[in-house]
Structures are given as C-alpha cells and as structure tokens.
Write a protein that binds this ligand. Sequence first.
Ligand code: 4NP
Length: 158
Amino acid sequence: MANSAQGKKVLFICLGNICRSPIAEAVFNHILEEQGLAGWEVDSGAIGSWHVGRGPDRRAVSTMKKHNVHMSHKARQLKKTDFNHYDYIFGMDHENISDIKDMAPKTYTASIELFGSYDPQKELLIRDPYYDDDDAGFEKCYEQCLRCSKGFLDSLAK
Ligand code: 4NP
C-alpha cells in the first residue's frame, strides 16, 4: 500500500559527506520516488569541512550505479540554520549524533536521531567505510539505508 506520510524535511549527516550520508540521501530519494511520495525536502551534509564542494567517493558512486540509484550531491557542512529548517537530522553513528548536538544552536526544532534506529533488522550503526580498501562497506551501507528509509517512512504512516 502506498505510504501516506506527509512530506517532511530530512537531512542526513555523516563525518565527511562523501560516503554514508550522500548514499542515505540518494537511497531515501529513490524510495520516495518508488513509493510515489512528493513534497519532501532531502539533503545531506558533513560534520567536517574537508570535502566541501566535492562529489561522493568513487566507491559510493559505483555502488549507486550498480543499484540504479541516482545520486547527485556536492558535499556541504552542517550549519546552524539547518536545526530550525529540517524536521529530522539523521546521524549515522553515535559520534555523529554527539557532533551534531555540539554544533546546534541554543534552541532548535529538528529531531536529531540515529538513522539506524529505523532499521527493522535493528542494526543501529552505519559504519564508516571510508578507510576500507574495498567496496563491501559501501554495499552494506546501501542495504542499511534501504531498510532504514523504508522503516522511517513506515513509522510515519502508522
Ligand atoms: P563519511 O566517510 O563520513 O561516511 O563521508 C568519511 C569520509 C571522509 C573522512 C572521514 C569519513 N575523512 O576523514 O576525510
């Protein structure tokens, strides 16, 4: 059955915004399209500024190509105004969550959560594959993002 969740604003955050969060953004957009859901605003960003302006890691690009998921993103850093613009800011691991909270303004409306908390298989953390010497961690990240995207949308429809 089509998901009835109303459009929300969602921001995916990881450390560098070249591996996990652009994959999460791309996969989430893919699922929105698959489920015929419109009116969402989806973006991703980084804790750090190292890769600002660059496209995703080539292993993230090849993993998305393999699964026919469109990905188009240039890295950008999390900023204070994000906290009162987005409904949800999702981190990939506990360190992300702690860094996101450290960067927050005094008051904000976004809900800051681990994306993995929506995994029906209960795999809470989306591990950083950046320093791996192969693609396996990227494939695993894709699979987790797929499950979490569906899990999150299902949770809103309830
Ligand atoms: P991401 O992976 O947080 O999933 O994008 C990383 C990418 C780059 C770095 C760390 C993690 N870095 O240190 O440059």
